[in-house]
Design a protein around this ligand. Structure first.
Ligand code: NAD
Ligand code: GLY
Length: 365
């Protein structure tokens, strides 16, 4: 097992990465203050991993909160089910919530922990690649609103993140690819040598080679922990973690939550950010195509949905959380391995990017 630290003074916490960690009671006990624990999971993950985790929590009074599965359930109604169960089972302020699942469960459980009795402890046990490399680390919690992705939420850090890489063995290939979008993101925004490493190992990562996957998870968590430690509440560098997300969130919201997976929308959005960086003369054609090729090797869509127009993109991008005074701020690449957040770009270049013939680009690579 490897342990990294998210360094946030009194809110610092460990990220444990290894195989078969779900059963290891000693990873959980130091972070549980009271006698009661609530495991929040969903109908897909519960039959796979709930019993293992319960065994590690032997001796505690455990409530099981099993939610419906899917991005379309990341909303107020489902959040209320968590509060209903906590109150029914008389959980007090010393309770600890444990999020067992992907990013949807992690984001909702974290938000419930931030709100319940004005804040209780929670632990992240991410079981998708996307959650292991991104959403479980950093304390962004929340739910979707019909008018905007992740628009209601709180910054609220977990007590610990326990990443059991063995859980990836049951993950559908489409979900694995979605997670790789966020892994590739770290290479593009802050670690060019990691891009080269990913190019060399993408086939094995898609085949779930455990040592290589563990290394990819660790490098991703290191990158994320560093950024979060420097800028917990996204007043600066943390926004670069949103590469491809401004376009991607527009795709997710317009298509209907869950139709495009978050990682898939981020991949197509990243292609648009690569194209914009190329149009601004910050990237060469070869650098743009290198990024697109890597996303394609990971089995990800590199073309936005055909039914999205410049107008639909702009309507959704106008409610992005990074926007200031009505200006759409985008994460773009100055070079491979260096991202900037800027609203200082010619409007006609953004329009060109929104109307580019992406199928033509993809087929020419
Ligand atoms: P998800 O939580 O919907 O999980 C994907 C699917 O995999 C679900 O059907 C889930 O039940 C299933 N699953 C989970 N673990 C499994 C396993 N081990 N074996 C088999 N099936 C399993 O999606 P996700 O991609 O994990 O997360 C996406 C969400 O994360 C989005 O809502 C996104 O907004 C959010 N997100 C948050 C942050 C953050 O910083 N908080 C960062 C990135 C993404
Ligand atoms: N996934 C973006 C962030 O955590 O800031």
């Amino acid at each position: 097992m490897r342990t990294l630290t998210v360094d946030l003074a009194e809110r610092s916490y460990p990220i444990h990465i290894g195989t078969d960690l779900l059963r290891q009671a000693q990873l959980f006990a130091p972070h549980i203050a009271g006698r009661k624990v609530a495991i929040v999971t969903n109908t897909t993950v519960a039959p796979l991993y709930l019993e293992q985790l319960r065994a590690a929590l032997h001796g505690y009074e455990v409530s099981e909160i099993i939610l419906p599965d899917g991005e379309s359930y990341k909303n107020w109604e489902t959040l209320q089910l968590i509060f209903d169960a906590l109150l029914r089972d008389k959980h007090d302020r010393k309770t600890t919530l444990i999020a067992l699942g992907g990013g949807v469960i992690g984001d909702m459980t974290g938000f419930a922990a931030a709100c319940y009795q004005r804040g209780v402890a929670f632990i992240q046990v991410p079981t998708t690649l996307l959650a292991q490399v991104d959403s479980s680390v950093g304390g962004k919690t929340g739910i979707n609103h019909p008018l905007g992705k992740n628009m209601v939420g709180a910054f609220y850090q977990p007590q610990a993140v326990v990443i059991d890489t063995a859980t990836l063995s049951t993950l559908p290939p489409r979900e694995l690819s979605a997670g790789l979008a966020e892994v590739i993101k770290y290479g593009l925004i802050c670690d060019e040598p990691f891009l080269t490493w990913l190019e060399q190992h993408m086939a094995q990562l898609c085949g779930l080679d455990n040592p290589l996957m563990s290394e990819a998870i660790e490098r991703s968590c290191l990158a994320k922990a560093k950024v979060v430690s420097a800028d917990e509440r996204e007043s600066g560098v943390r926004a670069t973690l949103n590469l491809g997300h401004t376009f991607g969130h527009a795709i997710e919201t317009e298509q209907g939550y869950g139709v495009w997976l978050h990682g898939e929308a981020v991949a197509a959005g990243t292609v648009m950010a690569l194209e914009m960086s190329y149009q601004l003369d910050w990237l060469t054609l070869a650098q743009r195509d290198r990024g697109i090729r890597l996303l394609e090797q990971a089995g990800l869509p590199v073309v936005p949905p055909a039914n999205m127009t410049a107008e639909t993109f702009l309507a959704h991008m106008a409610v992005d959380k990074k926007n200031i005074d009505g200006q759409i701020r985008l994460v773009l690449l100055r070079r491979l391995g260096e991202a900037v957040v800027t609203a200082d770009y010619p409007a006609d270049i953004l329009h060109k990017v929104l109307t580019t013939d992406y199928p033509a680009i993809a087929s020419s690579i």
